[in-house]
Design a protein around this ligand. Structure first.
Ligand code: GDP
Length: 316
């Protein structure tokens, strides 16, 4: 096991306004490092020359690459060009510029949705590229696979200490609370809270409610990212999850219980189910010494509290 000290380092969190990036920036407050961020107005990650110039002048030691164009199943299938182009360009720009600027360590965030649709469950890291992708998110998946491959290629050819993690479905503060474009956990918090406020008796779920998903609290993901940055160097990426899954209907029922809404769910079967099941094999990361500390109930209560305090009014 290698070790990389964060104490005294200058650490750039790319994508610090998103759910994963903001959680990483909060988690880094507990390390004695200097956290560097740039807003989109200050640095457009889609512009290669700007990214190179920005990194060249900043003496950055470590990068968490959490910047990405993301969204739920609907956004993924209706905005294929953005999901493919933005993500390919962002990760290429940052990874190449990091090498040019002599960044000592970089951690790239991929996603569990890049495994083949029919991958054996729980999904082991070895399942990558062993079969066809889930069509609803193949654009995003292709881009994220390229990001992993960039890290591996830069390690092989240039000796860069660039690693990747594969987070499962996330929930938490700063998620995109958007009924149409968001991921399922955020969309259901929004819809069920709205039903409670309006005294509505039903909430509509997309698809059949039967697909199985695993949910990781974003603060736990951040903790894992810091752990991996400090303790792991290797070409093989690492799954980050809880290793436990539930059906979408069970997710909806748990959220309803936490919110305190007693109604029934209906199903819009014109919407896609996506992958039948997605749960990670997390034995690699566990063997290194990390497992998710927060149980679903605790994490979801915190996510809901954040939503009510910060996002519920505007509905955004
Ligand atoms: P995925 O895990 O990559 O498929 O993406 P999502 O986080 O968007 O989860 C999608 C799963 O949740 C699919 O099985 C959807 O049919 C189901 N689902 C049920 N209701 C909703 C909803 O309101 N929004 C979203 N995004 N998904 C929903």
């Amino acid at each position: 096991m290698s070790s990389f000290e964060l104490t005294g380092r200058r650490v750039w969190v790319a994508g610090h306004r998103g759910m994963a990036g903001s959680a990483i920036a909060r988690r880094l407050l507990r390390e004695s490092c200097e956290i560097v961020t740039a807003t989109r107005g200050e640095l457009d990650l889609l512009r290669q020359a700007d990214v190179q110039a920005w990194l060249a002048g900043r003496r950055i030691d470590a990068v968490f690459l959490a910047a990405a164009t993301v969204g739920g199943i609907q956004a993924n299938s209706t905005r294929p060009a953005e999901f493919l182009y933005d993500n390919l360009v962002i990760e290429s720009n940052v990874i190449h510029a990091a090498k040019e600027a002599g960044v000592k360590k970089l951690l790239f965030l991929a996603s569990s949705c890049i495994y083949p649709r029919m991958a054996e469950q729980p999904m082991r890291e070895e399942a990558l590229l062993t079969g066809p992708l889930e069509p609803t998110n193949e654009w995003y998946a292709i881009a994220k696979i390229a990001g992993i491959k960039l890290c591996q290629a830069y390690r092989r050819q240039y000796g860069c200490d660039f690693v990747s993690v594969m987070p499962t479905n996330l929930y938490g503060p700063q998620d995109r609370y958007d009924a149409e474009g968001g991921h399922v956990a955020a969309a259901l918090i929004l819809k069920i809270h709205a039903a409670k406020m309006a005294n509505r008796a039903t909430v509509e779920l997309w698809g059949s409610g039967a697909p199985r998903r695993e949910f990781l609290f974003s603060e736990d993901l951040a903790d894992a990212c810091v752990f991996v940055m400090k303790n792991y160097s290797g070409e093989m990426f690492l799954n980050v999850g809880t290793g436990r899954d539930m059906t979408i209907l069970e997710l909806a029922e748990s959220i309803a219980r936490i919110i305190g809404w007693r109604g029934t769910f209906t199903f819009d079967r014109s919407k896609p189910d996506g992958m039948p099941r997605k749960v990670m094999d997390v034995s690699r990361l566990r063997a290194l010494g990390w497992s998710a500390p927060t149980d679903f109930e605790t994490g979801m209560k915190e996510a809901y509290r954040w939503y009510v305090a910060n996002a519920a009014e505007s509905g955004s």
